[in-house]
Design a protein around this ligand. Structure first.
Ligand SMILES: C[S@@+](CC[C@H](N)C(=O)[O-])C[C@H]1O[C@@H](n2cnc3c(N)ncnc32)[C@H](O)[C@@H]1O
Length: 267
């Protein structure tokens, strides 16, 4: 597995699905950016359980769609979505960029590339998967400055977590939309592009609901690195810190910015 990868297992499909409708909407918004053409060959990078990959395949009338993911747990249910031109494989995104270079008309990735650092080198690598004239379509959360994310880094620096994590904190590699616009133009080789920042409006039941949300995403990175006997105390300290930061609110308004982009490679 390539060294730049920062996600290390820890994914729990049931926890991830707890906010299913909220997590699916950006997928559909992203799919709407793709411009279908007859007989497309598609790859979905970080496809999760593959249900939405199969939906995308049908929606755009693709000939063949491959979903890849590095998590065995996330792929466990993917068999149910395979068939009729859809297949799945356990594979790291960075390894795929070498193995499948130049093979796809559409390279699609929803909510996965935020787990890989170094986007100035990552995006040109991913673009190698796209055929000349093909499309690259990506969505990533851009909420690294949200209290839910800042507080995780603060608690990770407290003992005993700091020692157990060997000083590691998650640094969000996602940048602003202008960064990706320049990247698509200058490094990726897109002839046309559309990049936007969209804030999704989530009303959660209470402040503590945000903990349940990030337990299915951000906190998997911390919990995967911490010994199991520290999981409960880490979650407890994290919850206290988040409540102290934003207050005990009910409902809790959790604005969620995401970067969505579409680019077409020069033909
Ligand atoms: C937040 S989930 C999104 C799943 C799916 N794309 C969706 O929209 O529902 C992120 C997925 O990216 C996968 N992932 C993260 N880093 C990866 C990597 N380097 N290679 C392959 N998959 C990766 C995780 O295993 C996880 O299933």
């Amino acid at each position: 597995m390539a060294e730049e990868v920062v996600s290390r297992g820890g994914w729990n499909p049931n926890q991830y699905d707890r906010f299913k409708a909220e997590r699916e909407q950006p997928f559909y918004d992203l799919a709407a950016l793709a411009r279908p053409q007859p007989g497309m060959r598609v790859i979905d990078l970080g496809c999760g359980d593959g249900r939405l990959t199969a939906w995308l395949h049908r929606e755009i009338g693709a000939a063949e769609t491959l979903g890849i993911d590095s998590s065995e747990a996330m792929l466990a249910k993917s068999e149910a979505s395979a068939g009729d031109g859809v297949s799945f494989r356990r594979l790291d995104i960075l390894d795929a960029t070498e193995e499948y270079a130049g093979q796809f008309d559409l390279v699609f990735s929803n909510a996965a590339l935020q787990w890989i650092t170094g986007h100035e080198t990552l995006f040109p690598k991913i673009a190698r998967l796209v055929r000349p004239g093909g499309q690259l379509v990506v969505q990533m959360p851009a909420n690294g400055n949200a209290p839910s994310h800042r507080m995780a880094a603060v608690i990770a620096q407290e003992e005993p977590f700091r020692t157990a994590l060997d000083g590691w904190v998650r640094v969000d590699p996602v940048q602003g939309p202008e960064f990706y616009s320049t990247l698509l133009r200058e490094q990726v080789g897109c002839a046309e592009q559309l990049v936007r920042l969209q804030v999704y409006d989530h009303e959660l039941e209470e402040t503590r609901s945000a903990v349940e949300w990030v337990k299915g995403s951000l906190l998997t990175a911390y919990l995967a690195r911490l010994p199991e006997d520290l999981h409960a105390t880490f979650l407890e300290r994290y919850t206290e810190a988040l409540v102290a930061e934003v207050g005990e609110r009910s409902p809790y308004y959790y604005p969620f910015p995401r970067v969505l982009m579409w680019g077409r490679m020069a033909g």
